[in-house]
Design a protein around this ligand. Structure first.
Ligand SMILES: Nc1ncnc2c1ncn2[C@@H]1O[C@H](COP(=O)(O)OP(=O)(O)O)[C@@H](O)[C@H]1O
Ligand SMILES: [Mg+2]
Length: 255
């Protein structure tokens, strides 16, 4: 029996006890599925990712990642935050190796795995550079490599391209799609861009605010193999239109 990658059942989060930041979140993600999450600022997208990663315990409900519900190290989740948060005194290689260092992986092995991860994101030549010597896009790639280095089957990304210009975003989105497929990853990505959300995903979850909740699940019926030429097709535009309408119904339209 194949196991679900993510199961969120009746998840509610209340920070103050007064109002719910997230209310009755229910969804399931299959292994290898790519999910995008869109919604207005403050509706709880980052909170939802933190709950899935196990960084935040829900007030009610439960989350399972490949059947596991333990704390973060047991869950097997890679997380790319909006801000790359690299240590300035460590090289790219040493930053990527950090999660393995924390786990006590021997030095030679962790540096080897960190180097492979940097190679996967196209930064093998920059392994010995410090964050101050890297562009914004390169820093974000290092952050992606750090999320890949533990070889977790689930990758969560919180607006990973927000700081990049439009062309770099397209390129990075494409590379992420390809890398995830090559490695058989399951992916959940929060983004503000409707076109990015539709292009990369099998399904788009649309959220509304106050309380943060899922108001629509829009299937993306596009060819499994994505390429950038899809962006110009009427099928693509029609799905973007559905996402836009769902956001407008929830009180927010972007892109
Ligand atoms: N640690 C926290 N304590 C209290 N309130 C929080 C905390 N984290 C987030 N919030 C609140 O929860 C709501 C959702 O935040 P967030 O998940 O960051 O939204 P989004 O990522 O969709 O912009 C916001 O109103 C935010 O102020
Ligand atoms: Mg956020």
């Amino acid at each position: 029996m194949s196991q679900d990658a993510v199961v969120c059942r009746g998840v509610t989060v209340s920070f103050t006890g007064a109002a719910n930041e997230l209310e009755k979140i229910n969804f399931t993600v299959k292994p290898g599925e790519y999910i995008s999450v869109v919604g207005p600022s403050g509706c709880g997208k980052s909170t939802l990712l933190r709950v899935i990663a196990g960084l935040l315990t829900p007030t009610t409900g439960e989350v399972r990642v490949f059947g596991r519900s333990g704390p973060p190290p047991e869950r097997g989740v890679g997380f790319v935050f909006q801000d790359p948060t690299l240590f300035p005194w460590r090289t790219a290689l040493q930053n990527v190796a950090l999660p393995l260092e924390i786990k006590g992986v021997p030095k030679a092995e962790r540096l080897d795995r960190a180097y492979q991860a940097l190679r996967d994101v196209g930064l093998a030549d920059s392994a010995n550079l410090y964050p101050a010597e890297l562009s914004g896009g390169m820093k974000q790639r290092v952050s992606l490599a750090r999320a890949l280095v533990e070889q977790s089957p689930l990758l969560l990304l919180d607006e990973p391209f927000a700081a990049l210009d439009a062309l770099r975003r397209e390129r990075f989105t494409y590379e992420l799609w390809r890398l995830g497929h090559k490695k058989g990853l399951t992916l959940i990505m929060v983004t503000h861009s409707i076109s990015e959300a539709v292009w990369i995903a099998h399904r788009v979850l649309v959220m509304a605010e106050k309380p943060g909740r899922i108001i629509a699940e829009i299937p993306v019926d596009l060819p499994e193999k994505r390429d950038l030429s899809l962006l110009a097709t009427p099928e693509f535009a029609a799905i973007c239109g559905k996402v836009r309408s769902a956001l407008a119904n929830g009180g927010c339209a972007r892109d």
